[in-house]
Design a protein around this ligand. Sequence first.
Ligand code: HEC
Ligand code: HEC
Ligand code: HEC
Ligand code: HEC
Ligand code: HEC
Length: 319
Amino acid sequence: MKREGPFPIVRQPIRDRAIQSLMAFWRVLPKKKWSAGVCCLVFLSLVLFMNTPSGSASDNEAQSLKELITKYDTSRCKECHEEIHAQWEKSHHARSIMDILMDGYLTKGVLSVKSPKEATRKNFPCFKCHFPQIEHASDQVASEIAEAILNKDQETMKKLNINCLVCHRDMGIVHGFPEADALYGATDVEEHPDDDYGKVHRSPVMTESVMCGQCHGLGPVFDFEYPVQCATLYGSYLHAYIPAGGAKTCQECHMEKADHTCPPNFKDRKDVSKRLAEALPMDVDAMFYRPQITPGKFVPTVVVDTRIISRAGHRIPDG
Ligand code: HEC
Ligand code: HEC
Ligand code: HEC
Ligand code: HEC
Ligand code: HEC
């Protein structure tokens, strides 16, 4: 996944070049009042035009953590998608940076900082998958996040998660960038009654494993100055499960009837045990006998033949 999210990188030089050529044009013009007026108008409208975000709302980097949280606020989705929202709130996706021990990384090792103010987006390679919104944020936001993590500010950390807009916009389309006012789902909704996102486009990836594979990992992530490795389960799905004839998608096994709790939920030990028992059926054949190796001396012996089959679509455990 190569997503140069906030991409004024390309736009900036074009704008600068346009301004330079306009300035050159200005210099050769006769110094008459009317032409100066027209020129000013052309100049202003061009600059304004070039400052307008092209295509997607994601062009603008959030300058503060508050702004980023507001931009990704999904509390209103709850009004109409109550059940899905409640399911999601119970999922690991809803607490994606709570248990990842980033405070350790920020205090020791190559990603550490002396004070939160020093932290930039480079200190958070883990957020590629745990909080991908970071791509739409400035380094100032990264330092505010470092502060929240180092102060163990759970209230703020809870708000930094993988929510509806992450999956139904940023990760919901893999070719190109999301349209400013659209969501991406399994079906088209031409008139979606939400103030900001007035339509839902059907996106073919939404029901495919690659959607989840964007974060559930192929192997080590070499994109960064200091490569990291965490989840690698999508690699196992592609290279072991599929070649062995597996035909199910992640969604079919983990989001049955669009269940947004995405089990397993490791906080629910009982359910995890139940799921694992179903996933890893074990056949045991045992034979007990007492061979008489030396006359009159019986040695109790047992032969146990065990076969464990995995019904998962990948290796478990992962990570
Ligand atoms: C005022 C009510 C309302 C609000 C607010 C709302 N939705 Fe919807 N949404 C609907 C209705 C109605 C549909 C179409 C019927 C359905 O699939 O439930 C829909 C459909 C969808 C779909 C398409 C489902 C599919 O079949 O693939 C997605 C995705 C979605 N909404 C996400 C969201 C998200 C994310 C938010 C918050 C940003 C949101 N909605 C806010 C009412 C709403
Ligand atoms: C390629 C995407 C990716 C990157 C990069 C990544 N993670 Fe993860 N991480 C995941 C996914 C997906 C899971 C959950 C699924 C799993 O474990 O298979 C996870 C799970 C975890 C867990 C277990 C969470 C829990 O609730 O028990 C920890 C801890 C963790 N990651 C820490 C980190 C840290 C620290 C970094 C950076 C050094 C990092 N991860 C980088 C994708 C990633
Ligand atoms: C981890 C990614 C992820 C997150 C987070 C997520 N969704 Fe979804 N959502 C999906 C996928 C994938 C599907 C399609 C599932 C399928 O049809 O197989 C889906 C389907 C839906 C549907 C269609 C349900 C149906 O009955 O077909 C709605 C509506 C929806 N999501 C709304 C939301 C809302 C609202 C939120 C936030 C509370 C949210 N989603 C969060 C991935 C996500
Ligand atoms: C934006 C990145 C991202 C996307 C897209 C994503 N996940 Fe996750 N997922 C994560 C991270 C990160 C965690 C671990 C959160 C934690 O506990 O710290 C996780 C946790 C999970 C878990 C809980 C088990 C565990 O080890 O934590 C399941 C199951 C899961 N994801 C399935 C899916 C499925 C199925 C999809 C596709 C519909 C999907 N995910 C899409 C990042 C993602
Ligand atoms: C054939 C069904 C099947 C498919 C396909 C499948 N899974 Fe799983 N997955 C399982 C089972 C079974 C388990 C272990 C038992 C459980 O659900 O708790 C599991 C466990 C997991 C876990 C927890 C891993 C851990 O360390 O314990 C994550 C995360 C996960 N799957 C994500 C995915 C993603 C992402 C995909 C698609 C690339 C996927 N799964 C495809 C059945 C499947």
